[in-house]
Design a protein around this ligand. Structure first.
Ligand code: E4P
Length: 224
């Protein structure tokens, strides 16, 4: 399962990349707006830091505009994946960009049939937004389950990218369902590291180590 970071913050991306666990990044206009930097510069910097797909979203809402923007974004760096919202005008844009060999992440997916249609026009990724469904009392992970099931019935080259993840349980469920990718805020990635029993266990090990006389602690001091 691939871990993507859902952020445009360079410090967060740098840190996660340094852990060797980062497979890609997703951005969107709201995440870019928070950083107060030039869009193209930001995407270029992220692409340099991450050895994997970096989603950059178009803001046009007509087919020709989305295709043009998608091509321009793809020119920024080979790591760019063009993000296209699942609207009617976006469907031919996904087809066209995919045929040109430009990877597309179809975003704002809220139904399994939207995901199926995106896969049929060649999307590299579909992004079901689980947290936003949970927010309105719909089961976001049930949507992921349906998409994984549908894709399992056919031979699409489309990965399920679980998006709008709000907590580690979303990632756990996504992994259990066999989703290919989960994108998460940096906070969720950090939350997944910690377990109180790990911290307590290490504390006890280190306390016990201190009780061993210093001359017995190194291999050279071992007496048989
Ligand atoms: C995914 O590509 C989106 O950028 C993101 O996951 C949206 O998350 P949100 O619902 O927390 O804004």
């Amino acid at each position: 399962m691939k871990f993507f970071l859902d952020t445009a913050n360079l410090d967060e991306i740098r840190e996660a990349a340094s852990w060797g666990i980062l497979d890609g990044v997703t951005t969107n206009p709201s995440l870019v707006q928070k950083e107060g930097k030039t869009f193209q510069w930001l995407i270029e910097e992220i692409c340099r830091m991450v050895n994997g797909p970096v989603s950059a979203e178009v803001v046009s809402t007509d087919t020709a505009g989305m295709i043009q923007e998608g091509q321009d974004l793809a020119h920024i760096h080979p790591h760019v994946t063009v993000k296209i919202p699942f609207i009617k005008a976006g469907i031919p844009a996904v087809r066209r960009l995919s045929e040109k060999g430009i990877p597309v992440n179809v975003t704002l997916i809220f139904s399994p049939l939207q995901a199926l249609m995106a896969a049929k026009v060649g999307a590299s990724f579909v992004s079901p937004f689980v947290g936003r469904l949970d927010d309105i009392a719909h089961d976001g992970m049930a949507l992921v389950g349906q998409i994984v099931e549908i894709f399992g019935n056919y031979d699409f080259n489309t990965e399920v990218l679980v998006a709008s993840c709000r907590n580690p349980l979303h990632i756990l469920e996504a992994a259990r369902m066999g989703a290919g990718v989960a994108t998460m805020p940096f906070k969720v990635l950090e939350q997944m590291i910690h377990h109180p029993l790990t911290d307590l266990g290490l504390k006890k090990f280190l306390e016990d180590w201190e009780k061993i006389p210093k001359e017995l602690r190194t291999a050279s001091a071992v007496k048989v």
